[in-house]
Write a new protein. Structure first.
Lengths: 144, 144
DNA sequence: CATTACTATTACGTTAACGTCAACTATGAC
DNA sequence: GTCATAGTTGACGTTAACGTAATAGTAATG
């Protein structure tokens, strides 16, 4: 239609933009999460695909399964047409939120329990004159 | 030795005591997490096995992998003999704790983000006159 | 003796989300 | 032509922690 090639991007550009692998994008397409158009054989990802991918990655952060995300994206697409769809999306998100809150609570108590065990261990070690090396603030983003 | 059959218990008794399946116990044995003695073919779980199983289940709560738990149990068994082993256990637990804290933080922000999305959704739904059914406080501990 | 209740071993199935590899195709540079 | 680069499809591999048969043995009970 026009020359704005930034309207679509290749698989590699997508990978660089969103830090995913080609395999991931093809996988998402096979799962009907993305619908890149084809230029011959090649995939070209549109603005819509980019928007969807953003939502997919967000969804993963929230712990939704890909299948769940697919459903949510479909509801999104239908959009305003059916009110009930929006409510359904809301409901799914609410359920997910409750699960996450539960997980957080479990994690909180588990952390507490483990901390107590560690304190107990410190006493034992200390009573035997073993020194505890305090971890030197492990660096995040360590490339192996 | 004596008549106290409560010293050891059968696989079924173990299952009832710790709410696991026979498959799980056999699996743990195959992974060298448990070492039941044999009466002919049958497995008999000793006090030691019960203690280990308790620790295994605790470890799972903390998110340790079974392989990790196996190593920890081995260190436990060796016990006082080698000081370094205790320190190693302590170290592993500390690492695990840090991972858990990270997870909790991620979960906390994810929850926050999702809550914001939900509030946004509520406004949209509200502006369209769609009523939101507040979940009737889902019951925890629901035995299916 | 037959049935029922447990148990054992072996081995393949499950789930999610990709990774890895092989074999091919298409395109542009030189 | 041919080398390099990027892309494609297809299919099998991976990981964890068991689940699920299928088959067989053993023991107590009626």
């Amino acid at each position: 239609m026009n020359k704005m090639t930034t309207e679509v991007c290749t698989i590699k550009e997508m990978c660089d933009l969103y830090r995913v692998t080609p395999r991931t994008l093809r996988f998402y397409e096979s799962k009907e999460l993305l619908f890149p158009i084809r230029e011959g054989q090649r995939r070209l990802f549109t603005r819509r695909d980019r928007a969807r991918l953003k939502l997919i990655l967000q969804g993963k952060r929230f712990g939704f399964s890909l299948e769940n995300i697919r459903q949510l994206l479909n509801l999104y697409d239908i959009g305003d047409q059916q009110k009930t769809q929006l409510a359904k999306t809301y409901e799914l998100a609410t359920e997910r939120l409750m699960v996450m809150v539960d997980q957080k609570n479990e994690l909180t108590t588990a952390i507490q329990d483990l901390k107590e065990m560690l304190q107990w261990g410190e006493k034992i070690l200390d009573s035997r004159g073993i020194k505890i090396e305090k971890q030197p603030k492990k660096r995040a983003g360590n490339n192996h």
